[in-house]
Design a protein around this ligand. Sequence first.
Ligand SMILES: [Zn+2]
Length: 204
Amino acid sequence: MDKFNILRCLLLGLTAVTGDQLVLNQHNAVRKALCDNVTHAVIGFITWINVHYYLGQMTFFSNRLLVQSLVCGVISSAIDVDHFIAAQSLHIKDATSLSKRPFLHCTTLPLAVALVLLLLGCHLRSATFEAFGWMLLASFLSHHIRDAARRGFWLWPFGSTVPLGSGLYISLTVLLPLLLSYGVIYTNGVFGRLKSHQATVSVV
Ligand SMILES: [Zn+2]
């Protein structure tokens, strides 16, 4: 693994650790929720950048990469809006004291939607559908992995896993872009074969 890949892994891990520390140090509920949400957004943003770097040559300043990464960050952040929908309230206290997890926190949902998008992308030969499928996975899974540190994955209708704990959560957060880039390569769709990507994952 080259030193830039190590730095990108470190950046992702450090963002997660620093974000969690910031959340822990907040005593005001609104600030706590804001720090938590911004951390999700930044991790979603960096996750997609790292997926692209593992795939190949795209530069940081590519407009498309920047827009896609921003979309991932916004989706990662917006997932928590389901707390307010489930609570039917705009008060942070109601949103954070739900008796069960709200619907966008069910990991089966993005997996199913992404699968449909990837199959559609394959059938229609559409890089846009495929890219959106992988972006959904990057934003939802990065959010769900972070939440799973304390609560596990909710895999309706199969049940839930045990909480991951900090070590496994940070490891999975760092590994997620690599796993997604392998997914892009091995499904060999139109998105993975874009000229801006290399044919192999460039981690060695
Ligand atoms: Zn959440």
